[in-house]
Design a protein around this ligand. Structure first.
Ligand code: FES
Length: 225
């Protein structure tokens, strides 16, 4: 049976590929060996940010290559890395004040409200809104709104103010986790148990098992509801 195919353009070069493939699958089908721009292959790691246009369509689209099917006449370029501003800080020393954003990421106050970040987000997050929360020092809200960010960097690639949205959101989530969110007692207890070596013997016994038995145990493990 003849396979259903589409024509795509990878970095401007034409390839005919099965229509059932994702962009990532199509790149490999075309012969690319992906060393960068490919990680989990499941929409979680954000390594495979990609931009494309469909011929005769004015809109520039952004997506994750591992999650998006090819379409006919798709012009594709990948964005395996985007140079974000990543400020060093010690989470033990910074505090969840408004000043900390001003100090580390002052460019967020140069946001012109164009919403290009939100329009470009591969996770359909309200990026401009979480930046507004960060500007006001509302870190719980920023953490909540940005929770599904995979740090692909497409938002920042479109921002005229040069904001590194994923890094701003990461700081907000860290501040929230460290200083604002209520303590999760069972987590604290479990961390203490780990520190006390409660699971050492169990872990050692597990590591001594042959690989097949480990796989068996993994595949039949109890999954938390
Ligand atoms: S490879 Fe991880 S999100 Fe696509």
């Amino acid at each position: 049976m003849e396979q259903n195919t589409v024509n795509i353009f990878l970095y401007g070069k034409k390839y005919t590929v099965p229509a059932s493939l994702t962009i990532m699958g199509a790149m490999e089908y075309a012969g690319y060996q992906l060393k960068r721009g490919c990680g989990c292959r499941n929409g979680f790691c954000g390594a495979c940010a990609t931009i494309y246009r469909i011929k005769d369509d004015r809109e520039l689209h952004a997506c994750l290559a591992c999650q998006t099917k090819v379409e006919d006449n798709m012009y594709i370029a990948t964005l395996p890395f985007f140079p974000l501003i990543k400020q060093p800080y010690d989470i033990e020393k910074v505090k969840p004040t408004e000043q900390i954003m001003m100090q580390l990421y002052p460019e967020i106050y140069a946001c012109i409200g164009c919403n290009a970040c939100t329009n470009a987000c591969t996770q359909e997050l309200n990026v401009m809104q979480y930046i507004a929360y960060a500007q006001r020092g509302e870190y719980e809200k920023c953490a909540e709104e940005s929770f599904d960010c995979v740090m692909c960097g497409v938002c920042s690639s479109r921002c005229p103010a040069g904001i590194s949205h994923p890094q701003v959101a990461l700081l907000a989530r860290r501040l929230n986790g460290k200083y604002l969110a209520p303590e999760s007692k069972h987590l604290t207890d479990r961390v203490q148990e780990i520190k006390d070596g409660t699971f050492e013997e169990l872990l050692q016994a597990l590591m001594d098992k042959p690989i097949d038995e480990m796989k068996e145990l993994y595949n039949n493990r109890e999954i938390e509801k």
